[in-house]
Write a protein that binds this ligand. Sequence first.
Ligand code: ASP
Ligand code: MG
Length: 467
Amino acid sequence: MRLVIKYGGTSISSAKDIRAVANHLNSLSKKNQIIVVCSATSGTTDDLIEISESIKKENKSKAEQLASKITNRHKQLAKQTIKKTDLRKKLLKNFDDDFAELVALIDGMVLLGEVTPRTMDYLFSFGERLSIKLVSMAISDSGKKSVPLTGKEVGIVTDSNFGESKPLIDTTRLRVSKTVENLFSKKTIPVVGGFVGADQHGHITTFGRGGSDYSATIIGTCIKADEIWLMSDVDGLMTADPKIVKNAKLLKEVSYIEAIEMALFGAKQIHPRTFEPLLSKKIPMKIRSSFNIKNEGTLVTASPSSSVKNTVKCVSNIRNNGLIDIQGGSMVGTPGTAAKIFATLAKAGINVMMISQNPSESSITIVVKNTDLDKAVSSLEMELLGKIIKKLEVTTNVAIIALIGSGMRGTVGVASKVFGAVEKNKVNVSMITQGSSELNLAFVVKNSDTNAAVRALHNAFALDKIN
Ligand code: ASP
Ligand code: MG
């Protein structure tokens, strides 16, 4: 089989774990063609972001301190992971060039006093630049040929939307397949840095936080992979957060569209665009843990086998949001009201998580993150209060509870079962949404009612017996 195997940062952040990963890849490569995609080691991207923040605040010494933290972390890992002296020395020497460039970059950014999206992407790319060398050298150390390649080197070409770029897929496919086929023919395992590509001028770009997942599916479609595995520290997608529901179960199989919903609802953080490339190519994906490789994890496919077509597959929750009820003066029957509200929020850079309006049009209710709440309220007040808006009613600390499962579509009685179960637990529901896709039914409760609501629904739909 042709496999793309992507590792999240936690899977490659100690010498022991990196060696385990290298050994696993070594044995898999005996029967399969493998291309590895890596995130940065744990905490490294956060540190790089903090470097950019420090430079913005003109705190050069803080930026330098963080750079040496990153340097030391990787030197230490190199020394502890690589057993063969010549390989270890080679890696350390190679790292020295990267560290020197990182310091020079920081100097340059400080000197110019300029932190642009383009320089930030260049800075953030160092995390994956370092991790791939470590993992690739560990594979060599285990006795298999391997080379590290950045996203740019493997051939990922993107637009120039720094910080949130998109691949130019035709060019990317040509370049990536050429690079990878060539390495496969030499029995060499490519270890590619996730998250990063380069635009047509060769400037480094990134896909945004968590973008390594997206890199893996882009590469998978370019080389016509048979499967893509996302390895991290969780066993797969679950029927609910096991911290809330003791008998939560691992989901053996879900569809792409269900997985997209589950990823958005944060059960496991997956980059939102990860599934996009798979929808047309229909490559199966597995979500697995590198710490428990006997476990097959969750299989994500275009159409899961019928044995697992439960009505509801999972109950997710997102706490700590704010609800704003926007009540109108002249909102009723006035075209463009919603457009004005959402344009105002968009201008303030606020992401709206839920929206509902009842047919009487007397109010529009939205949910945003608690951290965005003040900004959302003040921008609406400044732009629209006294005009189309008469009153804003705000509730802080609410949780979104979402039921996900494509089997809900067209099934009678789901809503009554949901709200019956919630009511029995004396939980008050303050907002409800269901898109007409019926893939996701979501409602809002107080933060403090989250656990009760999640448990009640897990129970009502017997999700502990799903497999
Ligand atoms: N290293 C990047 C991040 O932390 C990309 C990734 O991990 O997927 O966001
Ligand atoms: Mg990640």
